[in-house]
Design a protein around this ligand. Structure first.
Ligand SMILES: [Zn+2]
Length: 254
């Protein structure tokens, strides 16, 4: 049975996400930027939080975990380097599995944005919780010296089946779309998505959910292997990883 999913705005642009196993009722909050807002979202769906999955140690993802755990008694799992900022019941890493009712997530170590960053991948439900690695039309900032690691993390996510839904950690969609079109102006699918991003912003519609297939045709970082993107950053013939690094640096300056 597919997992239920609810993605919502919390703080100013963070994504809150709740994932629920309909057979058992087990429900996981993905990170906890704000405990009260995550609890309100669960109440609005009639869901009871039983688990908290922490993607990475940054404060805007962990600062509500202690209060959310206290309010719900949820079991908290996350990477070892988040233990200082969140009360972890279990430390998990690459290759571990995290059960949620009848579903099971594979834990991937996806460094680059932050050294301990984890993604949680449920192949059966075509769902990957990717934190600050992938955003709609973009990717997370990369720590100094970590471009190769980030490219490897992105490449693993890009290799998932195209129908896989990706839940990113923030809605930076419109600013990402503006950078993307500057790099890839002749891409008709991207032109359509820029219009959609402008409409979403105008309507106040939160947008942090996408698919591997949509990103493959529109996200400039996913398209680093395409000649058009290499040309955009003046790196004709360079490897996709080098083009990725140049694109990420260009985005930092954009
Ligand atoms: Zn972060």
């Amino acid at each position: 049975m597919p997992l239920d999913l609810h993605v919502f705005r919390t703080l100013s642009d963070n994504a809150g996400a709740l994932v629920r196993c309909p057979a058992s009722g087990a429900c996981a909050a993905i990170d906890a930027p704000d405990a009260d807002q995550v609890l309100a979202a669960a109440r609005s769906k009639g869901w009871t939080i039983s688990d908290i999955l922490v993607t990475h140690a940054h404060a805007d993802h962990t600062q509500g975990v202690a209060a959310l755990k206290q309010a719900t008694g949820a079991r908290v799992v996350g990477p070892s380097d988040a233990a200082a900022s969140a009360p972890l019941d279990a430390i998990v890493g690459e290759g571990d599995r995290v059960a949620l009712g009848e579903a099971s997530f594979e834990v991937w170590h996806t460094p680059g944005h932050q050294d301990g960053h984890l993604s949680f991948v449920c192949a059966e439900s075509e769902l990957a919780l990717v934190g600050d690695v992938v955003f709609v039309l973009g990717c997370g900032r990369v720590m100094p010296g970590r471009m190769a690691g980030m490219w490897l993390s992105l490449s693993r996510i890009m290799a998932l089946p195209e129908a896989t839904r990706l839940v990113g950690g923030h809605d930076y969609t419109l600013s990402n779309a503006r950078f993307a079109i500057a790099m890839d102006p002749a891409n008709p699918a991207l032109q359509a998505r820029l219009l959609e991003a402008e409409a979403a912003k105008a309507q106040g519609r939160f947008w942090a959910l996408t698919t591997v297939g949509e990103e493959k045709v529109t996200n400039p970082f996913f398209r680093a292997g395409e000649p058009a993107l290499a040309a955009a950053v003046d790196r004709p013939g360079a490897s996709a990883g080098d083009v990725f690094a140049a694109l990420r640096e260009a985005k930092n300056r954009f």
